[in-house]
Write a protein that binds this ligand. Structure first.
Ligand SMILES: CC(C)(COP(=O)(O)OP(=O)(O)OC[C@H]1O[C@@H](n2cnc3c(N)ncnc32)[C@H](O)[C@@H]1O)[C@@H](O)C(=O)NCCC(=O)NCCS
Ligand SMILES: Nc1ncnc2c1ncn2[C@@H]1O[C@H](COP(=O)(O)OP(=O)(O)OP(=O)(O)O)[C@@H](O)[C@H]1O
Length: 285
């Protein structure tokens, strides 16, 4: 009898989707240099976050992602029962995150975006973003309605936040992140630069409620125009683009303007990319 069972069970679809979601979160956290965000270099504009915490939090979310995919396979269709099931699992995931991080919000927005996408990928691999949007449009009777930072900013500036991004079918991912990722890869810019360019492309237009809450409209304007300036200068693979990226990092740190929403949507972009490359999607998203 061996100590290890060498005939491991094949992974289920739910296992594989949970693996891909956690991988996407870890890839996002590790990607460097990201402007004002936690990365391999440091904590960006954050005093309560660091890379080890982001990794631990990502791993703690694996069971929630797996359960969401299982709920999709079991219930079999978009509807209030599935919406309420993933709402409950998402809240449990958030509790697991908070226990792991000692109360720090590392991945709240990411649980929402990647949770919907994992659920949709298990249910309708041919139209993942559309299916995620249909789920996001349904009301969950049991969801608490706190005056979150996002809700406060929505009231104050009329900004579209995480909920609306999902309800619209993740336009920042489909129209910004993924096309830029493909374009920069095709130009031979290298994988890390392609991912940085995808993040910057998302930042050019997003109403990131993390930035609005922390730094108001001037912060959001600095994020959007600074990201565009890096891309216009040739992107993160070029020397002048790198210089602009460094300036943007400094500027956003000074403004305390960490683009956490854009980081979540980069993770969503990397998840859809992985789903496609692993052959788990069946066509367009
Ligand atoms: C919809 C959520 C994200 C709450 O959004 P809200 O804007 O009210 O809250 P909050 O400011 O706490 O979090 C928003 C987070 O989303 C990210 N974000 C910010 N701006 C954006 C944006 N424009 N687009 C996408 N994500 C963004 C950031 O990470 C931010 O921290 C979600 O946490 C929620 O309501 N959950 C309820 C429980 C539930 O149903 N879970 C289901 C899991 S599938
Ligand atoms: N690499 C990253 N660095 C920082 N934030 C990230 C990163 N990746 C994702 N995020 C997202 O950013 C959000 C954290 O941002 P932030 O700390 O501004 O939120 P908050 O809890 O609303 O605000 P505050 O810390 O001001 O109380 C998380 O929900 C998380 O999903």
């Amino acid at each position: 009898m061996h100590a290890f069972n060498l005939q491991a069970k094949p992974l289920s679809l739910a296992d594989r989707l949970a693996d891909l979601a956690v991988d996407a979160l870890i890839d996002e956290a590790d990607l460097s240099p990201k402007p004002a965000l936690v990365d391999r270099r440091g904590n960006g504009a954050h005093t309560d976050l660091h890379l080890g915490l982001m990794h631990a939090s990502a791993l703690a979310l694996w069971p929630a992602f797996k359960e969401m995919a299982e709920a999709a396979l079991e219930l079999g269709e978009v509807g209030v029962p599935l919406r309420e099931a993933i709402g409950r699992i998402g809240r449990e995931g958030e509790q697991a995150m908070l226990v792991t991080t000692n109360g720090v919000n590392t991945h709240r927005g990411a649980i929402w975006a990647l949770g919907l996408l994992v659920t949709a990928a298990a249910l309708q691999p041919k139209s993942i973003a559309l299916c995620a949007a249909r789920l996001a449009l349904l009301d969950d009777r049991y969801a608490p309605k706190p005056l979150s930072h996002g809700a406060q900013v929505a009231q104050r500036y009329g900004a579209r936040g995480a909920r609306e991004e999902a309800q619209l079918g993740f336009p920042s991912v489909l129209q910004r992140g993924l096309p830029q990722l493909h374009k920069s890869r095709a130009s031979g810019h290298g994988e890390q630069n392609a991912r940085l360019d995808a993040l910057l492309a998302i930042m050019t237009e997003l109403a990131d409620t993390c930035v609005l809450y922390r730094a108001g409209e001037p912060g959001l304007q600095a994020m959007q125009s600074g990201a565009q300036a890096v891309l216009d200068a040739g992107g993160s693979a070029s020397l002048s683009g790198r210089r602009r990226l460094h300036e943007l990092d400094q500027q956003l740190i000074e403004l305390n303007a960490s683009p956490g929403g854009a980081a979540d949507l980069l993770a969503a972009t990397l998840l859809l990319d992985r789903i496609e490359r692993d052959g788990l999607s069946q066509g367009a998203f």
